[in-house]
Design a binder for this molecule. Sequence first.
Ligand SMILES: Cc1ncc(C[n+]2csc(CCOP(=O)(O)OP(=O)(O)O)c2C)c(N)n1
Ligand SMILES: [Mg+2]
Length: 821
Amino acid sequence: MLFVCFFQTSYCSHIGVEFMFINNVDQCQWIRQKIETPGIMQFTNAEKRTLLARLIRSTRFEDFLARKWSSEKRFGLEGCEVLIPALKTIIDKSSAAGIDSVIMGMPHRGRLNVLANVIRKDLDQIFCQFDPKLEAADEGSGDVKYHLGMYHERINRETDKNITLSLMANPSHLEAVDPVVQGKAKAEQFYRGDTQGKKVMSILMHGDAAFAGQGVVYETFHLSELPSYTTHGTIHVVVNNQIGFTTDPRVARSSPYPTDVARVVNAPIFHVNADDPEAVMYVCRVAAEWRTTFNKDVVIDLVSYRRFGHNEMDEPMFTQPLMYKQIRRQEHVLKKYSDKLIAEGVVTLQEFEEEVAKYDKICEEAYTSSKDEKILHIQHWLDSPWPDFFTAEGEPRSMSCVPTGLDEEVLQHIGQTASSVPLEDFKIHPGVSRILRGRAELVKNRQMDWALGEYMAFGSLLKDGIHVRLSGQDVERGTFSHRHHVLHDQEVDKRICVPMNHLWANQAPYTVCNSSLSEFGVLGFELGFAMASPNALILWEAQFGDFHNTAQCIIDQFISSGQAKWVRNNGIVLLLPHGMEGMGPEHSSARPERFLQMSKDDPDHFPGTLKEGTRVQQLNDCNWIVVNCSTPANYCHVIRRQILLPFRKPLIIFTPKSLLRLPDARSSFDDLSQGTKFKRLIPDEGPVNQNPAQVKRVIFCTGKVYYELAKERKQQKMEKDIAIIRLEQISPFPFDLVRAEADKYVNAELVWCQEEHKNMGYYDYVRPRFLTVVANMKPVWYVGRDPAAAPATGNKSTHLNELKRFMDTAFNLSAFEGKDL
Ligand SMILES: Cc1ncc(C[n+]2csc(CCOP(=O)(O)OP(=O)(O)O)c2C)c(N)n1
Ligand SMILES: [Mg+2]
């Protein structure tokens, strides 16, 4: 029925393959041989019967749902029922080749069917989801049934081998899950030492329109050949239902043909007629073999149609009347294939009908038992369980955090490694040499700058067996050339040294990898990587904080809300360089306001004084932690805390640029010694303490502006009049510590000072919380830049004028006299 485009001559009229863009002769020959050898597509009767049985399940599952819940959305697979046997064939073949873990991502179309018939989620668990009275057992928002994930260990019946199948939970945002799946697959490969992808592989399913249109598909493909990101070949299956009955797909297409994307990255594309289940089975076998043989991506284009509307509420005749008239006349694939096998004598009509009746009965029985389910446990839909990390009920094992301070010898040892070259005869660049000498000098004086603080954090976690992975654009050197975690021999090409991997004999591995120039794809990838194990610190660094917004979907749909939707912890760390330094609208702001707006802590509730347990509980209750550290020691503490907490939360860190080198912004080793910990707030420790009652103004701030304020105060000799207090953890808000400060300076007016524009930065977030702290008894004055549309000016002198203006206000003690709020 459907026309399939031929790009190569083939002996099967229902298969076409595109591969002429692949510039590897062996690979092209391999494909030719698989497609053009006469008679190569042969199946035994047993194989045909298995195929029929799978098609029966796929078809009757949708029929069953349609009968029981005719007006419920399920995004049925009708028209592409072969997807189920296709996936099962890929999994069988891969299992035979040694794969024992398959990680999948897919959109709405046929998802319930995949859960039921590929992953084998219990049918009653699926059916009960259609019950509107089902109560939620877990906290959070939960999610609709066709977004939830699943993890299942089972025996593959064809190979008799163990196999673990997981389907990742995903948001509506089509294709956003692709890089997440890849990251998780990569992580599993990494932790299992599966360096060639022989054990773990991923399968990504796509809709035709989404595959062609969503840029993250390309970003994901693009990662497939980068060493620290490759999953050694992914099998992509496109449920291509856009073509309908037109004879030429290139005429019919309303969006770019789905395979345009794959061509760019050298993946062969098999087009196969979804009405010919045997051709589909053959192609799926070849694709699995391709992946095993070449460890490269491959695309299977299931050329099909959609029998009903987009969802079951939709009437396709509104917009495609002629096509849908023809679709109605189209014989079902199951009928066609069963007739064929009956005619061939492979099965009898009676056997076929019995097989159908058998599956219908399974569905009916599951339907009956599904009525006993009264409560929905999203826990049962978890795609990445961490059984050893949580209790059997999925709860944290404690509500306390191990202290984050470090022994002097550990600090010294890390400091020395950070300032030396652990390999012999390794010639580094003189500029790097200078940096290492600078570090050695600091270590000698028991001091650290930002880069050393980071070294202390990573190095100490590696010592404790925690894998650390830092990924992003130019992270190896550091965008600001401060990090230099990978040294390059200046005389031997490609000879490198990663000192962080030479710290201790039994340390965990450190991975530092420059990503492709992608944010959406790479952040999704790292989020997926962080799902595989709680015993790893996974960090993604934006080149500049601004650029995270091209990954906004991963932030909104996964990082900020993932736990609420899917009860899934994730400890990913985002490092977002931030600060107004006259560099123009696009290299200044990491948009703190956006992260804070999505923080769920209540502005109007004062939680009381937080003892250790409650403080950890506060972190457990939030959706993510947002910090802006002003010292290297505090940065180190917060990174260590991230892993020492008994649960995992995303951590957003606004990181500095000029502070990386500012002598004032250094810490002493004492600030990291045993007994020290992360400071949620840094009080003023200067002359204001002599007589706090005489202090006239308390300026609260966060991040880099602290140093500008402190300098100005000194110049104006106002160190006894004005206290400057740093908020280091912005969310969850340190209500208790802010109150202690406000209480201490009884006669002072309260000011929030930020360098960002008034409609940006932290102001909207902190203001109601400060008012809660002071029970609305005092105003909190704003000092900072005026509201603006762009985050920063592109003009240096405007930048400096703005700075001067708000500094003047900050130190003008009569600035707010007689002013109303
Ligand atoms: C990023 C994004 N944009 C828009 C939508 C709304 N949407 C849901 S399904 C759909 C059509 C998808 O078409 P296709 O990928 O061909 O899948 P099909 O439904 O045909 O299987 C659209 C536009 C979405 N879910 N995600
Ligand atoms: Mg489609």
